[in-house]
Design a protein around this ligand. Structure first.
Ligand code: SF4
Length: 374
């Protein structure tokens, strides 16, 4: 194997194997990976702008029985701080989101042992009835798996019911690393790798748009990261021709502050900026069938994310008016609708507001700058 040969294959949009990806990771100079990934981005996203979004992460409940070792957000059933979000809270948060220029809630929560399909469908219906324009980017494969198990139903039936009730798209949450060895160590209570992939494939068959993620920098090997990427690519290659499938891939780093994984197992996130940029470039290279690659400024910070825009990434994600899960494990970075655009311009690109379908939006004329209070 030679770096130059593999980069030539990558530049021609050929699919690299796990071994080839690992070889590039270990042997290719970062500048060469950046150059090739940037070239691919220019072909796949020829408008050259960097897209961003305004939405708000709202949590349906913090009650969870999955017990992920990297999560400081959840509370066990019966805990004094356990909550289920009620309509008055949604009303307040959606009204604020609209004032801040947002068009969507990213709705996620724990695996509550007592909340089945009816809870989610009635919540979605109620929100859509009162706020017909708000989009719901809701749940994720682990929650769909949990609801399916509670209901003794099928993924397809659960997804169809959620879609019918108002779910507009399915986030790629809870992927972590799609290898069961890793999942047993960090998120044993969540669905396994194959079930995560099966749910996404089912969503694609129902023409529900999705995204995919990877949380790395904990107990996984480099090879396992590349197996994860190839699994995402394979599911995308099996989507029906008319379906959008995975609209984006978002790799982000494990946040280790006060997590069980760090306190009990001594696992720290040692990902350097160089390593994150390398993974962004290789994500673009390994996923020729996923158009949008997002840099996770929330976990790696502004400067590293800006370099990623020259390394294959074309999207800066959302300003996240509210975020409680990753932030609870230490992610300290924040943007407003003004500062995210400044950061994109400083990196040499024109910012473009988008929605979850990657369609462009005008920035609303009457927009308030939010007070960052989470
Ligand atoms: S990451 Fe999600 S599934 Fe895991 S413990 Fe936290 S809330 Fe539960």
């Amino acid at each position: 194997m030679e770096v130059s040969e593999l980069l030539k294959k990558a530049a021609n949009f050929e699919s690299l194997t796990v071994a080839e990806g690992v070889f590039l990771y270990n042997n290719a100079p970062l500048t060469e990976l950046m150059y090739v990934a940037d070239g691919l981005r220019k072909i796949q996203v020829p408008h050259g702008k960097v897209t961003w979004q305004i939405d708000r992460n709202v949590n349906t409940t913090n009650v969870c029985v999955a017990n992920c070792k990297f999560c400081n957000f959840f509370r066990i059933p019966g805990h004094a701080e356990a909550y289920i979000t009620e309509m008055p809270v949604y009303r307040k948060k959606i009204s604020e989101t609209l004032r801040y220029g947002g068009d969507q809630l990213l709705l996620q929560g724990g695996h509550h042992p007592g909340l089945g399909l009816e809870f989610y469908t009635s919540t979605f219906r109620q929100i859509k009835e009162e706020f017909p324009t708000i989009k719901l980017h809701a749940l994720g494969p682990p929650e769909v798996a949990h609801i399916t198990k509670l209901e003794k139903s099928t993924h397809r039936e659960v997804l169809m019911a959620l879609k019918e009730a108002g779910m507009d798209s399915l986030p790629g949450a809870g992927a972590e690393i799609l290898i069961d060895r890793v999942r047993r160590l960090i998120s044993k209570g969540k669905c396994g790798a194959q079930e995560w992939l099966d749910i996404m494939h089912e969503a694609h068959k129902l023409n529900i748009t999705t995204s995919a993620t990877m949380m790395f920098g904990h107990v996984e090997t480099i090879e396992e990261r590349f197996e994860h990427l190839v699994k995402i690519r394979e599911v995308q290659s099996r989507k029906p021709a008319e379906a959008k499938g995975f609209l984006a891939f978002i790799p982000w780093t494990f946040q280790d502050v006060d997590t069980l994984l760090t306190r009990i197992r001594g696992v720290h996130n040692l990902t350097t900026a160089d390593e994150y940029i390398r993974m962004i470039a290789l994500s673009r290279i390994m996923l020729p069938n996923v158009k949008n690659i997002q840099a996770s400024w929330l976990t790696v910070g502004k400067q590293t994310a800006q370099v990623c825009l020259h390394s294959g990434a074309n999207d800066f994600g959302s300003i996240m008016i509210e975020e409680n899960v990753v932030s609870a494990a230490g992610a300290p970075h924040r943007f407003t609708y003004k500062t995210i655009q400044d950061a994109i311009r400083d990196a040499g690109f024109e910012p473009q507001l988008r929605n979850q379908q990657y369609e462009w939006r005008e920035i609303p004329e009457m927009i308030e700058e939010q007070v960052v209070d989470y």
